[in-house]
Design a protein around this ligand. Structure first.
Ligand code: GLN
Length: 228
C-alpha cells in the first residue's frame, strides 16, 4: 500500500526528506523495499507542511514525473512535514483530492492501508470518496486526541482493515501501526517516522504492530493499542 513519511524537528527542505535520500519517497514510488501490499506507488503523491498554516501540494500522477515539484522542493522549508506516495486500492478514485495528506485546516493526515467504508459514518467533510479520505474525516471529527481509540474501534468493526495513520499539527507527530510497517529515526535535528527506512542507517527502529506513536519535541512514546 502507500508509503508515508513524517518529520518533526529543525527546518529542513522538502527535497531533503522526499527526493534526495537513496530510498526516499521518490524511489519508493517505483521501487519500495518493504512494501507488503501492492508493488509500486504511482497513483499520486502529496507533500504537506506547516508554514504560517497548513500547506499542501497533491497530485494524481507519479512523483517521479513531476519536474516542477523537483525544481521547487529545495526551496520549501518547514520543521514539520507529512508526505506520501499512493498505490490506489482497486475501485478507489484516482484524483488529486484522493492523495494524502488530508487536512481539516489544523492537521495533516495520511492513511496507509484499506478500510471498508461501510463501517465508517458518512462524513460530509470528506475530501474524496476514497476510503482514506472518509477515514480521515472520521478521525478529524472524533479529534486527534482519540486517534488510538478511533483506530482500535474501526479495526474491531472491520477485521480486514489496515490502519496505519500518520498525522501532524506542526508541533506533534502521531502515528498508528495496524497491519503495515512503520519505522522511526531519531536524528540530531529531529525525528522521522516512515513506512520504510529511506536509507541504510542502522539506527532506524522498527515500530511494533498495533501501537500508537506520539512525537513531541525530541521525545517519542509508544503505547499499545486496544485489541493488540
Ligand atoms: N486505500 C487507500 C487508497 O486507495 C490507501 C491505499 C494505500 O495505502 N496504498 O488510496
Amino acid at each position: 500500500m502507500c508509503r508515508h513519511l513524517g518529520w518533526l524537528g529543525a527546518s529542513v527542505s522538502a527535497s531533503s526528506l522526499v527526493l534526495d535520500p537513496p530510498s526516499g519517497l521518490l524511489v519508493q514510488s517505483y521501487s519500495p523495499r518493504r512494501q507488503k501490499h501492492g508493488t509500486i506507488n504511482a497513483d499520486g503523491w502529496g507533500v504537506g507542511f506547516f508554514d504560517r498554516g497548513v500547506r499542501r501540494w497533491r497530485s494524481d500522477k507519479p512523483l517521479w514525473g513531476d519536474t516542477s515539484f523537483a525544481s521547487v522542493a529545495p526551496t520549501l522549508h518547514s520543521g514539520c512535514f507529512v508526505a506520501a506516495v499512493r498505490s490506489a486500492t482497486v475501485g478507489m478514485p484516482i484524483e488529486p483530492s484522493a492523495s494524502a495528506p488530508f487536512s481539516d485546516g489544523t492537521w495533516l493526515l495520511s492513511h496507509n492501508g484499506v478500510v471498508d467504508r461501510a463501517v465508517l459514518p458518512a462524513a460530509a467533510a470528506a475530501e474524496s470518496t476514497v476510503d482514506s479520505a472518509v477515514l480521515a474525516a472520521h478521525i478529524f471529527e472524533r479529534g486527534l486526541h482519540a486517534l488510538g481509540d478511533t483506530v482500535a474501534r474501526v479495526g474491531a468493526r472491520d477485521p480486514g482493515a489496515r490502519l496505519n495513520i500518520l498525522a501532524a499539527d506542526g508541533a506533534t507527530l502521531l502515528a498508528t501501526t495496524w497491519g503495515d510497517t512503520l519505522f522511526a529515526l531519531q536524528r540530531d535535528d529531529g525525528i522521522v517516522l516512515a513506512s520504510e527506512p529511506y536509507d541504510d542507517d542502522p539506527s532506524w527502529r522498527d515500530i511494533p504492530d498495533r501501537h500508537l506513536v506520539e512525537v513531541s519535541g525530541a521525545r517519542l512514546t509508544l503505547t499499545p493499542l486496544e485489541g493488540s
